[in-house]
Design a protein around this ligand. Structure first.
Ligand SMILES: [Zn+2]
Length: 246
């Protein structure tokens, strides 16, 4: 029986002489892997150009014995291939797609992650790629249950005044008395903490309106990168392209 889904293409690889192996993150089934037979010999076989950043309507047959489904039809719903013209935007999109592909298990349905991906791709054309990156990372941490504890000291529960340290190991802020519990904890600006809280709790569009100063961006970059690496234990290839000078 044919199954329909709406999916963002995460990756594509040539398979044998004429076919393609693809991964989509779908709204209905989470991540799926699929085979499109013969499409390299006959590209008109499917209506989508399968550009690396694209939203597609797909028809496929669920496989009972394999993790690879057979895709019979693929119609382009939205093409984001303009992203490839700007190296910063392409680096961001590559990171977001690789991140999703690496972290999400097969067939683990998650509509919020799907919406997050669509929001990212929709915003890349007009908004600041660096801000989209931080917003994506913060929202992903929250959705994965690794939201950093920022409201009070994570160790003693005391209310925090101006000075606080961020502990990746403990998973949040520590007060001046508790900072010795993690020797690697580092002091963090109040503005950075407030920015994370605002980005985490605001809807996508509203969050994108927040102005981030250079010192706050620098802190966000370090904290989010280290925090994600610590919890997800994944080093992504595409991350190193994100901040390369053009
Ligand atoms: Zn404390």
């Amino acid at each position: 029986m044919v199954t329909k889904a709406e999916g963002i293409l995460l990756k594509r690889n040539n398979f044998r002489e004429t076919s393609l192996l693809v991964s989509f993150f779908t709204k209905e089934f989470g991540k799926i892997n699929g085979l499109i037979k013969g499409v390299r010999k006959d590209p008109k076989k499917i209506a989508s150009n399968l550009s690396i950043c694209s939203l597609n309507d797909i028809h496929f047959y669920r496989s009972r014995n394999s993790e690879i489904d057979l895709i019979s039809q693929c119609d382009l719903k939205k093409d984001y291939s303009f992203i490839a013209k700007d190296i910063r935007k392409l680096a961001l999109a590559s990171y977001v797609l690789e991140f999703t592909d690496t972290v999400m298990q097969l067939h683990d349905k998650n509509i919020k992650i799907f919406e997050l991906l669509v929001n990212c791709l929709n915003s890349i054309e007009t908004d600041d790629p660096e801000k989209i990156l931080y917003l994506f990372q913060i929202k992903t941490l929250t959705l994965s249950g690794f939201k950093p504890h920022l409201e009070t000291c994570i160790s003693c529960g005391k209310e925090l005044k101006q000075e606080a340290n961020f502990s990746i190991y403990l998973g949040g802020l520590v007060c001046q008395d508790c900072k010795t519990k993690d020797r690697n904890s580092a002091s963090v600006l109040k503005g950075t903490i407030n920015s994370i809280i605002f980005l985490e709790s605001s809807p996508w569009k509203k969050a994108l309106n927040l102005n981030l100063s250079k010192p706050i961006r620098q802190e966000l970059r370090g904290i989010l990168y280290n925090f994600l690496n610590f919890h997800l234990e994944k080093n992504l290839k595409s991350y190193r392209f994100l901040f390369q000078p053009i």
